[in-house]
Design a protein around this ligand. Structure first.
Ligand code: AMP
Length: 421
């Protein structure tokens, strides 16, 4: 089925083809016509499913006829809320690429925190057609009287589960209260825990529902493996794997900003072109690292979970969990950085004696049953310490046999685990 059968204008179809999209992905096939009709939309789709274009294409078609006619000072027509600055940039880039052939061209603004607010205020002065924003900075702009939301006719919540996980619930409530009542709402999420479903129910009116089942047909082609290794030998193992398999670009996930710096530094000293990526770097530096990674000027990025959702580097062959993610959901998002756009990918997780029980839990939640492999020269010798059990339950998932930690244990373990990005 070509894009042209979904009701999109020829300019948008051409832009989709120019972006390399030959045929719609299932989520695009299910969503585009409904959004064009003005219906609310509820999408459950895994990362890498093509969900950005699923809302971006029809959104662009719906704003275009009103462009210039409706653009009023500090007013905007459509608002796309995203959880991270990186995702804001990425969604903005997709919208701009797909809008390239539209006449008149819609004005697309991207606003997020961590950079000066003044240029963003100036940019919104004459109004904008589509604003992509992180919630905190949008509210700052509202508080500065730089933008009014009363004329927003389309609201998109992208990665709604992550918006809630990152503690944006209160901000979302404030933003929604400022929007006009007459609006179309599009809600996209990979997971639907009760708070996410409750928010969807509150925002949506009789939505068209599109669920892309997480089957082997739609799951990106990602080979997964787990390697048993001693904690202290992980950097060396990583270097060994990069060299042995000739990985051209590797995204390495660690648990803390500190580890990101240390591991990147060790790799650099070993002659690899590696950079850290975490929330304490300036926005300029973060953007530069991503740009250099995409342009192959950097071959290894060592990142905290900050990067788990924002990065879209086609031809990213490998993701390495140097530290395991805290939850099975985070695992999905991390490994979803590879195997995108129909390409094969590889996700490797390092498992040490202390994290093995936690790994088994992630595996169980993922429906995986992987052999713990050993790499010659890196066979593990460590044995688990007593704290390992506490680490397991810090995920809040339970399900592990043996001593059940007290609430206090859990709080302590959660505090130890909670590393702000
Ligand atoms: P998303 O799930 O929106 O992050 O998209 C995942 C990746 O799929 C991105 O690299 C897109 O450029 C790519 N993509 C989106 N739609 C299509 C399509 N119809 N055909 C091929 N690739 C696509």
């Amino acid at each position: 089925m070509p894009f042209s059968t979904l009701g999109l204008s020829s300019a948008l179809c051409e832009a989709a083809y120019a972006a390399g999209f030959q045929t719609p992905t299932p989520v695009q096939a299910g969503a585009i016509a409904a959004v064009l009709e003005g219906r609310d939309l509820l999408v459950r789709a895994q990362t890498g499913s093509g969900k950005t274009a699923a809302f971006a294409l029809p959104l662009l078609q719906r704003v275009v006829p009103d462009v210039q006619l409706r653009r009023a000072p500090r007013r905007i027509q459509a608002l796309v809320l995203v959880p991270t600055r990186e995702l804001a940039v990425q969604v903005g880039d997709v919208l701009k690429a797909l809008a390239r052939k539209l006449v008149p061209a819609p004005k697309i603004s991207v606003v997020f925190g961590g950079v000066s607010i003044n240029p963003q205020m100036m940019g919104l002065r004459g109004g904008s057609d589509i604003v992509v924003a992180t919630p905190g900075r949008l509210l700052d702009l509202v508080d500065h009287n730089a933008v009014h939301l009363d004329q927003v006719r389309t609201l998109v919540l992208d990665e709604a589960d992550r918006l809630l996980e990152q503690g944006f619930s209160e901000e979302l409530g404030r933003i929604v209260a400022l929007l006009g009542a007459e609006r179309q709402s599009l809600f996209l999420s990979a997971t639907f825990a009760p708070p996410v479903s409750a928010l969807a129910q509150q925002l949506l009116r009789d939505p068209v529902q599109v669920a892309v089942p997480d089957t082997t047909d739609t799951r990106p082609d990602i080979a997964q493996s787990a390697i048993a290794v001693d904690t202290h030998a992980r950097t060396q193992l990583l270097r060994h794997l990069i060299k042995q398999y000739g990985w051209s670009r590797t995204l390495v996930f660690v648990a803390t900003k500190y580890s990101a710096e240390i591991v990147a530094d060790k790799l650099r000293k070993a002659g690899l072109n590696a950079e850290p990526l975490h929330g304490q770097l300036s926005q300029g530096k973060r953007s530069q690292v991503l740009e250099d990674f995409k342009a192959s000027r950097i071959s290894v990025v060592v990142a905290t979970d900050l990067a788990a959702r924002g990065i879209d580097v086609v031809e990213l062959p490998v993701v390495v969990n140097y530290d395991l993610p805290r939850s099975a959901d985070d695992y999905t998002h991390r490994i979803g950085r590879t195997g995108r756009a129909g390409q094969a990918g590889l996700a490797v997780s390092f498992v040490s004696a202390d994290t093995e029980a936690h790994w088994r839990l992630i595996e169980k939640r993922q429906g995986l049953a992987l052999d713990l492999e050993a790499v010659e020269g890196f066979e593990p010798t460590e044995v688990a310490t007593a704290t390992a059990e506490r680490f397991v339950d810090a995920s809040g998932n339970g399900g592990v046999k043996g001593k059940r930690p007290s609430k206090k244990d859990k709080l302590r373990a959660a505090a130890e685990q909670a590393q702000p990005h």
